[in-house]
Design a protein around this ligand. Structure first.
Ligand code: ADP
Length: 433
C-alpha cells in the first residue's frame, strides 16, 4: 500500500484524535495546537477550550500544593527540547489537574517530550505524550503506608515478644522464689506441727496421769473418810449421854461435812473416769431420754416438772457418758426453777450441715452473762447451797463429755428468763473412723 492510497481512505487527524495514548501537540512557543481525546479525558479538559491557549495557562500548578513543581519541571524539559531539539523523557511528576469547580485533583504523570523538526532542521512542533500513573503511584503509596504500618506493627510485636520473654523470665524467677519460700514455710509448718503433736501427746499423757492420780487419790481419800464418819457415828451413838448440845452440834457438822466431802470425792472420781474404758455405740437418743427421765422420776414428781422431748436423732456416742450428760442438764433444768413455779424443760435437736445441735431449755432462774463460762468449771456454783443443792461438778462433767464427742457446749440465758444449754456434736467424729 502506498501513502497516496492511505490518505485517500483515511483522515490522519481523526486517527490522531482516537489514539489510545495521551497526546498534546505544542507549538515552539508552547501554545496548544492539537490534542487527542484520551488526553482531554485524562485531564478533564475540552478540546475547544484549550486549543490555541498557552500550555501553562491551561495547566497551572495546584495553588494548594506549596511543593508543586510540575510547571517548572515541564518548562525545563520543554526548554531542553526546544534548544537541543532532542527528545526528553521526564521523571515521574506530580502535576495536579484542575476540576471544573476550580479544585485540583492529585495526579501523577510520566511525560515525554518529542521535537518534530522541518526538513531545514527548524523546530515545527513538540509532541507532548504522557501516561497517567496516578493509580499506580497511589497504590504504591498506600502499599508503602501498609508496609510502614506493618513494619511498625512488626516492631511492636517484636518489642512485645521481648517484653513477654522478659516478663516470663521475671515470673519464672518470682515463681522459683515463691516455691523456695513455700518450701521453707511448709518445712517450718511441718516442724511446728511436729512440735505441736509432741506437745499434744505430752499433754494427753499428762492428762491421763492426772486423771489416774485424781482417781487414785480420791479412791484412797475415801477410806480415811469412811473411818472418820464411822467414828463420828460411834461417838454420836455411844457418847450421846455425856455430850452436851454444842458437842452434838459439832459432831453433826463433822458428819455433814464428811458426807459432802464423800460426795465431792465421788464426783471427782466420776469426772476422772469419763471416757475411760467405754466404746462408742449407736444410740437412739429418744430411748435414752426415756431412761433418763425414768432415772429422774422422783425429782420430776417432787417439783411437778414437765419434760418435753422432741424427736431426737440416732447417733454413734459413748452411751454411759451421754446418759450422764442429759441427766445433769435435765436435773439442773428442774432444780434451778424459780421459787413457786413449775419447771418446764424441753429437749430438742436440729440437724446442721456438719453437726447435730441439741438444746435443753428451761423456764428457771436464768444465768448472768458474766457467769456463762465460769459455770462449766469444776466445783463452780453460782448459788447458795441453802437455796439449791449440788456439788458444782455436773456442768464440768457435761463439758468433758461433749468434748469427748469432739463437740462444744455453751449456754444462752439471762437472769429470770430461763436458760438454754446447747451443744453441737460433729456428724463425723474421729472416733467413728
Ligand atoms: P450443781 O448443779 O451441782 O450446782 P453444776 O455444775 O451442774 O453444779 O452447775 C453449776 C452451777 O451452774 C450451778 O450451781 C448453778 O448455779 C448454775 N446452773 C446450772 N444449770 C443451771 C440452770 N439450768 N439454770 C440456772 N443456773 C444453772
Amino acid at each position: 500500500m502506498t501513502s497516496g492510497s492511505i490518505s485517500s481512505v483515511m483522515d490522519f487527524e481523526s486517527i490522531f484524535r482516537k489514539l489510545p495514548g495521551l497526546y498534546l501537540i505544542l507549538s515552539p512557543d508552547l501554545t496548544i495546537i492539537e490534542v487527542n481525546e484520551a488526553y482531554n479525558k485524562a485531564t478533564m479538559t475540552r478540546r475547544d477550550e484549550i486549543i490555541g491557549r498557552h500550555l501553562f495557562e491551561v495547566f497551572p500548578d495546584n495553588p494548594d500544593d506549596k511543593d508543586a513543581d510540575g510547571v517548572a519541571n515541564l518548562r525545563t524539559s520543554l526548554n531542553f527540547v526546544i534548544s537541543h531539539q532532542m527528545e526528553h523523557a521526564m521523571a515521574m511528576q506530580k502535576y495536579d489537574i484542575a476540576r471544573t469547580d476550580g479544585s485540583f485533583e492529585v495526579r501523577y504523570w510520566s511525560p515525554i517530550n518529542i521535537p518534530v523538526c522541518r526538513d531545514d532542521g527548524s523546530l515545527y512542533c513538540i509532541i507532548h505524550r504522557v501516561e497517567d500513573v496516578t493509580e499506580f503511584v497511589l497504590t504504591e503509596q498506600s502499599q508503602q503506608e501498609i508496609n510502614l504500618q506493618n513494619q511498625g506493627l512488626k516492631r511492636e510485636i517484636q518489642e512485645m515478644q521481648v517484653d513477654l520473654v522478659k516478663r516470663a523470665r521475671d515470673i519464672q524467677n518470682l515463681n522459683a522464689d515463691l516455691e523456695n519460700k513455700v518450701q521453707t514455710r511448709t518445712e517450718e509448718l511441718r516442724q511446728h506441727q511436729r512440735i505441736l503433736q509432741l506437745r499434744n501427746d505430752q499433754l494427753e499423757q499428762q492428762n491421763k496421769e492426772l486423771e489416774l492420780f485424781t482417781y487414785i487419790t480420791s479412791h484412797d481419800l475415801q477410806e480415811p473418810l469412811r473411818t472418820m464418819k464411822s467414828f463420828v457415828g460411834l461417838l454420836m451413838e455411844d457418847f450421846a449421854d455425856i455430850l452436851n448440845d454444842d458437842g452434838k452440834i459439832y459432831l453433826n457438822y463433822i458428819n455433814e461435812s464428811s458426807s459432802r466431802m464423800q460426795e465431792l470425792i465421788r464426783g471427782l472420781m466420776e469426772h476422772s473416769r469419763i471416757g475411760h474404758g467405754t466404746k462408742a455405740e449407736f444410740v437412739d437418743c429418744n430411748e435414752l431420754l426415756k431412761i433418763v427421765t425414768d432415772d429422774l422420776k422422783s425429782l420430776i414428781e417432787q417439783h411437778h416438772a414437765t419434760i418435753t422431748v422432741h424427736q431426737l436423732p440416732y447417733l454413734l456416742v459413748f452411751r454411759t457418758e451421754f446418759r450422764l450428760l442429759f441427766q445433769n442438764l435435765l436435773s439442773n433444768g428442774i432444780k434451778f426453777h424459780k421459787p413457786g413455779s413449775r419447771p418446764l424443760v424441753e429437749v430438742a435437736a436440729t440437724e446442721l450441715e456438719n453437726a447435730y445441735q441439741f438444746s435443753i431449755s428451761d423456764n428457771g432462774i436464768g444465768i448472768r452473762e458474766e457467769d456463762f463460762n465460769r459455770l462449766f468449771q469444776i466445783f463452780k456454783r453460782l448459788n447458795n447451797r441453802s437455796d439449791f443443792e449440788g456439788t458444782g461438778i455436773g456442768l464440768a462433767h457435761c463439758k468433758k463429755i461433749v468434748q469427748l464427742h469432739e463437740g462444744s457446749i455453751w449456754v444462752e440465758s439471762s437472769p429470770g428468763n430461763g436458760s438454754t444449754f446447747k451443744f453441737n456434736l460433729p456428724k463425723h467424729p474421729k472416733y467413728a473412723k
